[in-house]
Design a protein around this ligand. Sequence first.
Ligand code: AMP
Ligand code: ZN
Length: 470
Amino acid sequence: MQLYNTKSRQIEEFKPREEGKVSMYTCGPTVYHFAHIGNLRTYICEDMLVKTLDYAGYDVKRVMNITDVGHLSSDADTGEDKMLKGAKREHKTVLEIADYYTKAFFDDFAKLNIKMPDVVEPATHCIPEFIHMIEVLLEKGYAYQAGENIYFDTSKLEKYYTLSNHNEDDLRVGVRDDVDEDSNKRNKTDFVLWFTKSKFDDQELKWESPWGRGYPGWHIECSCIGIKHLGEYMDIHCGGVDNIFPHHTNEIAQSEAYLGHQWCNYWFHVHHLVEKDKGKMSKSSGEFLTVSLLQEKGYDPLAYRFFCLQSHYRKPLEFSYEVLDQMSAAYQKLLKRVGELKEDGEVDEKAFAEYREKFLNALTDDINTSMAITVLYDVLKADMNDSTKRALVADFDKALSLDLLEGSKKQSEDNAVDSELEAWILEQIDARKAAKKNKDFALADQIRDELLAKGIVLEDTREGTKWKKV
Ligand code: AMP
Ligand code: ZN
């Protein structure tokens, strides 16, 4: 399998540490609001990585955190805690907000057929582990106390900018005189491991620690939760590209300082969903699109998954309703074609193996999902019996997760219900017309009311009676 590694900035042959097994960590959501469809693009692409590994026969263990404390408005540890902002906005407690939006996040996972991680761990459940890691970092001289906070000392590392192109000399130039910058830091890239004092002292959740009552910084949670569930080494760490710096850079700094060796081999980053003229979709802007909103507008959430799979995860994806409409129509057409496949004989094992190989090659070529979908269309066009095509569609859908067989069945059932309903409505309209002609207005009104009770409204026009659903 070929996979792009942000660490080496090139495509590499993927080799897990233990044959046949993959340990994988995913940065989870900050649960102060609904996930937007940009966040979910990242999770759909990560899901395709998991499904590709599953499809290729690996046994994957995936861990995800839930950020329910410590993520400040700016990734550079400044500003107000995002969770607290959410709680204030909705006049609820931080834990109520966290529960509500965690549930909403996984409801979106279900709608988009994203597989649940094997372990999901909220940051607030791991405070003793965070404290332990910070104690070790202090003992080893990688951390210091200043003001009333504990900081990681980035100048103690041989190399800090492991994932980005920043210049190492830049590291020691001292603190910027930016008003928002924390004046306790010895180096401008140092970051908070534990806060007991921030400018925003009204933090709702605080815990006892050797350094006083306080709360953890954001980066420490992913290092600790990853090590807690996957051990001292992990194969793949995932996130959106905005996580590369400072979040993942800081995770590497503190994990490797704590462990005393290299931690994670492959770094997988998904590019952003962007909007024309607006740029990156973001939660903090307050204006963003959710899966529920797309559903309210009549889109199937899996049409959005199909839209995401048509582009490569290492390219920004521009969202527009125009393109979503095209993708949605293409998805419905695909379901229709799949629905037309009959059970018409034996599966041709040779053809099956040949196309399975092509599909696997597309996915294992740095998760080329659009190429994998092209192989699916090739199958539908190919000269082979329908049974073989159906078997291949079912097999590919283990990875694509587009409900191709179930969706096509549902589509034809919906169409059958729709045409039956329409025939019945037209009968009722005729009966009402006849009743009116016979001056039986009571019957005519009764028919209209019966239709209304079923959500069908009639409108008498010059061209005749029309109906619509409400
Ligand atoms: P958050 O809930 O803000 O911590 O973000 C959850 C995940 O979504 C992270 O992996 C981010 O990198 C990712 N993300 C944030 N904004 C976007 C976007 N516009 N497009 C794709 N992924 C995003
Ligand atoms: Zn993280």
